[in-house]
Design a protein around this ligand. Structure first.
Ligand code: PLP
Length: 437
């Protein structure tokens, strides 16, 4: 696919004195990343393209993020010059590929501050990470009548694996409700624990409301009951960074493709003392030490959970993505996104008929809304024709939609490479759509 001509660079503040004054009300001191906004977009070739003859405004980052040049180049370089199956070969290429793959594991360990790279299991994504744990933990530690606590703002990926376990074993799911601001009711949560509670599995950040849940406190409460906690970090790791030791999370799941890395790579972090006690999820090559028809001795951690040839080209590229974002600084990213979110909230909430879902104190740049009585699908389709990519629908969170008594929303989700000008384009487009209806 040809990459069309580059967009015009952002206008400099001095060319827009009025706009700048308005912006300054929200963001008195632009962060270093903000000042470098144009350069950041240039690192992402796809952001230079047009759709329907309009500059692309990509605001669907919670679904997947775009990839910087370095990540794409790493995939090309991997297949051009470092492709060989890992772990098994004595030859040069295999050893080089193994070093890159295991180097990527170490890069993930560092990013999440795990104690040991044995605690980093590569999977295909958050969904597979949660399914792995549901099988493995469910098999070993849960029996009929045992309970799992989740919340009503979970992505289907953190509901359905527990329902499959329920069907297999007769376990039960208990649900923490949210208040009207989209915050979890921690008081109710405390009362859900019983002697049968075996696991808490919670989203760190809601993919619909942007709520950052008070997971440190919730983990402390679970641990006081002797219950381990899995956090679904799909929407947190790219925006807040992760320190699994500071959180004291027992398990943590996330996806590379939402973190500027390639698709098809994810991570399940687990405390070593838990992972040692869990049985393998899948059988095959890589996860064994020895096999005979009398039985199999499993490999050590983390390989016990990694059956078959891993996507070593993908893991290597994921490490490049992590290097890219840590180079920018996770604090800078969080600050930049916070500023963009404040500006977007200000512009969107000024539109007549705008209903924004989620008003949590702590939030990320995920903004779900409805505009008057206009169907979200119509809003999304019209925005698309103006070059603006947003998501519409239930966002794989149908129980939350039911709780909100709606079928779906329009969802805008920001990344650090978005700009205020793009938010202006969105807000102006929504004004036009409102007037059309
Ligand atoms: N959990 C949350 C909160 C998500 O937002 C998503 C994806 O949108 C997932 C889980 C599933 O991630 P993946 O499709 O990468 O497995």
């Amino acid at each position: 696919m040809n990459i069309p001509d580059k967009k015009q660079p952002e206008k400099q503040p001095e060319e827009q004195p009025e706009k700048q004054q308005e912006i300054n009300e929200v963001t008195p001191s632009p962060s270093p990343l903000e000042r470098a906004g144009v350069r950041l977009q240039e690192d992402f070739p796809i952001l230079q393209r047009e759709v329907y003859g309009k500059p692309l405004v990509y605001l669907d980052n919670a679904a997947t993020t775009q990839k910087p040049r370095q990540v794409v180049q790493s995939i090309v370089d991997g297949y051009y010059s470092a492709n060989a199956n890992v772990h098994r070969g004595v030859h040069f290429l295999s050893q080089q590929a193994t070093e890159l793959h295991e180097g990527a594991r170490e890069a993930v360990r560092k990013f999440i501050n795990a104690r040991s790279s044995a605690e980093v299991i590569f999977t295909r994504g958050t969904t597979e990470s949660i399914n792995l744990l549901a099988h493995s933990y469910g098999e070993e530690f849960m029996k009929k009548g045992d309970e799992i606590i989740v919340s009503d703002m979970e992505h289907h990926s953190n509901i359905v694996p527990w329902q499959l376990l329920e069907a297999r074993k007769g376990t039960a799911i208990k649900v923490i409700p949210t208040n009207s601001r989209g915050e979890l009711l921690t008081g109710v949560y405390k009362g859900l624990f019983t002697k049968r509670t075996k696991l808490v599995s919670l989203t760190h950040v809601s993919n619909v409301l942007g709520t950052v849940n008070p997971v440190e406190e919730m983990i402390r409460i679970a641990h006081a009951h002797g219950v381990p906690v899995l956090l679904d970090g799909a929407q947190a790791a790219p925006h807040l960074g992760v320190d699994v030791q500071a959180l004291d999370a027992d398990f943590y799941a996330f996806s590379s493709h939402k973190m500027y890395g390639p698709t098809g790579i994810g991570v399940l972090y687990g405390k070593e003392q838990w992972l040692e006690r869990l049985p393998p999820y899948q059988g095959g090559g890589e996860m064994i030490r020895s096999v005979s028809f009398k039985g199999t001795v499993f490999n050590e951690l983390p390989f016990k959970f990694e059956a078959g040839t891993p996507d070593y080209i993908g893991t290597t590229a994921f490490a490049v993505a992590l290097e890219y974002i840590t180079g920018l600084g996770m604090e800078n990213i969080a600050r930049r996104e916070h500023e963009l979110t404040a500006y977007a909230m200000q512009r969107l909430s000024a539109i007549e008929g705008m209903r924004i879902y989620g008003a949590a104190e702590q939030r990320t740049g995920v903004i779900s809304f409805l505009l008057g009585d206009i169907h979200p699908f119509d809003v999304g389709t019209l925005l698309d024709k103006l070059g603006i990519a947003v998501r519409t629908g239930h966002h794989c969170a149908q129980p939350l939609m039911r709780r909100l008594c709606i079928e779906g929303t329009v969802r805008v989700s920001l990344a650090f490479y978005n700009t205020r000008e793009e938010i202006d384009v969105l807000a102006d487009a929504l004004e036009r759509i409102r007037k059309m209806f």
